[in-house]
Design a binder for this molecule. Structure first.
Ligand code: SPD
Length: 271
């Protein structure tokens, strides 16, 4: 997915390396970015900058929604999305659907800074395929967050239209989805396809950009769809208690993340 391009990160130690039924799971101690998780050789997170991705993927849809109570998280076996979702007091239940139990086990052992997300009593773990799970859970959720790998390997179906149709069916009135949206510099076709699908299905669609130095190109996007609430601004005051805990998300960054460079704005058209 990154022809002719590479990022190198100095590794001090291989902490875990295992081939699960679905993918190669590696956890490294890096020299300058803390611990790092890679799936099938692709960086999923580093301890140094995971907060940027996880905070934005979660708090952007969660603060766009007026009262998010029932949440579904698909993918992200490291637990980072759960950690952020659990900061919201309105939340009553977080269903967490991950296909590869081995990622959860490895995260619990080696990545406590994200795996702490599993400690919240509102989290219920389902080891299952996200698309199949959704067919059994319709009109249930206020916010669905998809923390997928890239559209290769086990994550490929999470970038296809049947899955997006099921995401919509999984939502209650006024629900929102937020999905991992790749890089505007490197994955134009893929993003245009995500945006097109979301626009066909949702009355409100937007694309946000986040700075994450250890992802390809140094950034990653979120594709958002809403059945009602506007997405580009928080719909309510951000509790001080939450803001004090965050390192990247602020109401200003929420709004600014939707301001895209000219070429991307042109490519995606106006939201
Ligand atoms: N190009 C890599 C995209 C990875 C997105 N998922 C990351 C999982 C972190 N919870």
């Amino acid at each position: 997915m990154w022809p002719g391009m590479a990022l190198s990160i100095e590794i001090e130690e291989v902490l875990f390396s295992h081939k699960s039924k679905y993918q190669q799971i590696d956890i490294f101690q890096t020299k300058t970015s803390g611990k790092m998780l890679a799936l099938d050789g692709i960086i999923q997170l580093t301890e140094a900058d995971e907060f940027a991705y996880h905070e934005m993927l979660v708090h952007t849809p969660m603060f766009a929604h007026p009262n998010p109570q029932n949440i579904l998280v698909i993918g992200g076996g490291d637990g980072g999305v759960l950690r952020e979702a659990a900061r919201h007091d309105a939340v009553k239940k977080i269903d967490f659907c991950e296909i590869d139990e081995e990622v959860i086990k490895a995260a619990k052992k080696y990545l406590p800074f994200t795996a702490c997300g599993f400690d919240d009593p509102r989290v219920k773990i389902h080891i299952a395929d996200g698309n199949e799970f959704l067919t059994q859970h319709q009109a249930v959720y206020d916010v669905i967050i998809v923390d997928s790998t890239d559209p290769i390997g086990p994550g490929i179906t999470l970038f296809e239209k049947p899955f997006y149709k099921n995401l919509k069916k999984g939502l209650r009135t006024n629900g929102l989805i937020a999905t991992q949206g790749e890089s505007i510099f490197l994955h134009k076709e893929c993003i245009m396809n995500l945006v097109r699908m979301t626009r066909e299905l949702f009355p409100v669609q937007e694309y946000a950009n986040i700075l994450v130095p250890t992802y390809p190109g140094g950034h990653i996007g979120i594709c958002l769809g809403s059945l009602g609430p506007e997405i580009k601004e928080p719909s309510r005051q951000i509790p001080k208690k939450i803001l004090e805990q965050l390192k990247y998300y602020t109401p200003e960054v929420h709004k600014a993340s939707f301001v895209l460079p000219g070429f991307a704005e042109k490519m995606l058209g106006s939201g």
